[in-house]
Write a protein that binds this ligand. Structure first.
Ligand code: ATP
Length: 224
């Protein structure tokens, strides 16, 4: 896509996708992306907003506004990019298709990771073509302090035999593994709580990057 990977890299590229609604982006997303990149020595983490999130209601802010907020939030953070590829596709945003487009771009040897929080992981068996996700990428599950439920039976069946316990074991292959990560700064921040606060005029300071907060307040986004 728009940003080339560093030249002279002889190892296969290492990339992650963190998809979501980003309605709006907050420090839980951004800090997780930075720490994920460090934990797995990734070249880049693509934060990819969904245009039509398949498993939830219509967000109140347009996809273009959510992308703009994401760009503001990322700013000049090394190794993070706001990737608009799902917004250019018609119809629902299936993650398997997004991973297929990343795979096509970066090649069969690329180490491709789909990162998701534990809350999203718990619903994975209900996703579109969940087996195909593992054909395209590794899954990395990020612990969230406010989401600690046990795994449903269908999910246990889906992930059977895939789990490894070290980044090096995951990165030995291009796809197909599962790693659960407790990143150093687990943050109990959710977009739901940010939206609630904005709707009732309460402070969101230090839950979001300042540039995002400023933009939201100036444009009156998420106000009731
Ligand atoms: P909402 O409250 O609207 O459901 P959210 O805060 O969970 O939103 P999403 O855009 O749905 O944000 O999340 C995108 C991805 O980031 C998901 O995989 C989600 O689990 C993960 N994520 C969101 N917040 C955090 C957090 N605080 N720590 C780790 N992962 C997070």
């Amino acid at each position: 896509m728009h940003l080339p990977l560093p030249a002279g890299n002889v190892d296969p590229p290492r990339l992650a996708m963190l998809g979501g609604t980003f309605d709006p982006v907050h420090l839980g997303h951004l800090r997780s992306a930075v720490e994920l990149r460090e934990a797995l020595s990734l070249d880049r983490v693509h934060l990819i907003p969904a245009s039509v999130p398949p498993l939830r209601g219509e967000p109140r802010v347009s996809p273009e506004q959510r992308l703009e907020l994401l760009r503001l939030g990322i700013g000049d953070t090394p190794g993070l990019v706001a990737d608009p590829r799902e917004l250019h596709r018609d119809g629902p945003s299936w993650s398997a298709d997004t991973l297929a487009s990343l795979r096509e771009e970066f090649g069969v040897d690329a180490r491709l990771v789909m990162a998701l929080g534990h809350d999203a992981f718990l619903r994975l068996a209900d996703w579109h073509e969940p087996e195909r996700l593992f054909a395209m990428a590794h899954l990395v599950v990020i612990d969230r302090p406010d989401h600690e439920a046990a795994l449903p039976a269908a999910l246990q069946a889906l992930i059977a035999g895939r789990e490894v316990d070290k980044p090096a074991a995951l990165m030995a292959r291009p796809a197909g593994g599962l790693l659960r990560l407790a990143l150093p700064s687990r943050m109990a921040i959710s977009a739901t709580e940010v939206r609630r606060r904005l709707a009732s005029g309460r402070s969101v300071r230090y839950l979001l990057p300042e540039a995002v907060e400023r933009h939201l307040l100036v444009h009156g986004l998420y106000r009731r």
